[in-house]
Design a protein around this ligand. Structure first.
Ligand code: S3P
Length: 179
């Protein structure tokens, strides 16, 4: 962390099923900051669900929506930002988030991720004949980027509350240093 950064937001990045939304909610409540969810912003903009965007417009278009939203987030102050799993796996998105936010990556093993997402149906990337292999492959491809976050937090051995407390601690330290 350098003194040159102006950290007034928190951005949670990380793979599907790592608890970004739940942790984001807890952190936003504690800080009394608004919570923004990039997937919800995209759905509102496209007036379609994420699944419909993937099916009708394709993944590449979805990634463009993500880029647009990331650019707009630069104007936010005192906001907790929850991102879709692929957003923080893009170097340019990550660099943009770091300009105004402490970027925290939530982490879990492929096994844990699968355990958490297996009964959910709203993620088009996991509509795959072998979802476990898909998780492993995507996670391995994204890992180098995720690991460039300011903070990397395992969510396996901690409760959501403990993860949220860690995020808050890191944010207070980082924002005090960046003043
Ligand atoms: C995606 C993750 C999803 C959503 C979309 C693509 C990804 O968000 O943005 O289905 O590429 O990992 P969650 O991480 O909130 O599930």
């Amino acid at each position: 962390m350098t003194g040159a950064r102006h950290i007034h937001n928190i951005a949670l990045i990380g793979f599907m099923g790592t608890g970004k939304s739940s942790v984001g909610r807890l952190v936003a409540e504690q800080l009394r900051f608004p919570l923004l969810d990039t997937d919800e912003m995209i759905e509102a903009r496209a007036r379609k669900s994420i699944s419909e965007i993937f099916a009708q417009e394709g993944e590449a278009r979805f990634r463009e929506y993500e880029k647009e939203i990331v650019g707009e987030l630069a104007g936010r102050q005192r906001t907790v930002i929850c991102t879709g799993g692929g957003l923080g796996a893009n170097e340019a998105n990550l660099a943009s988030l770091k300009e105004h936010a402490l970027v925290v990556c939530l982490w879990a093993s492929p096994e844990k991720i699968w355990e958490r997402v297996r009964n959910q149906t709203h993620r088009p990337l996991l509509h795959d004949p072998d979802p476990m292999a898909k998780i492993r492959q995507l996670l391995a491809a994204r890992e180098p980027c995720y690991k460039q976050a300011d903070v990397l937090l395992s969510t396996e051995l901690r409760s959501l509350k403990e993860v949220a407390a860690q995020v808050l601690h890191q944010f207070h330290t980082a924002s005090a240093q960046s003043r």
